[in-house]
Design a protein around this ligand. Structure first.
Ligand SMILES: [Zn+2]
Length: 112
């Protein structure tokens, strides 16, 4: 899989984690490379991604194992500001007049 840039990659990974109900620890993350593993110590899942030369494109290099952690309900903490900002932007485009407070309440209702 490829992504337009490192941020798009991180946002996409976080969305998958939230949707599938697991979470990851980031070993390192910068504009050139990204490495993370599942927060469950017994789970072998990990991911390596890096930037292709002369472009911002981010590419998944290694994704060797499926989760074995049973996808416990451990991703609540992953709904961090980046992800909320992304969801918030979509909600704002739907309704440009929504206030910041309404938006926050709505996001909490939908994603808590
Ligand atoms: Zn896992």
């Amino acid at each position: 899989a490829t992504f337009p840039n490192s941020k798009a990659f991180r946002v996409a990974l976080r969305q998958v984690a939230i949707r599938e109900d697991w979470s990851f620890d980031t070993q390192y993350s910068d504009t050139k490379r990204f490495r993370a593993s599942c927060t469950d110590e017994d789970c072998p899942w990990r991911i390596h991604a890096s930037k292709l030369p002369n472009t911002n494109t981010f590419m998944v290099k290694k994704l060797p194992f499926e989760h074995t952690c049973g996808r416990k309900n451990c991703s609540k903490g992953m709904a961090n500001r980046d992800w909320l900002a992304d969801k918030g932007k979509a909600a704002l485009e739907e309704n440009a007049t929504v206030s910041a407070k309404q938006l926050k309440e709505r996001l909490q209702r939908e994603y808590d």
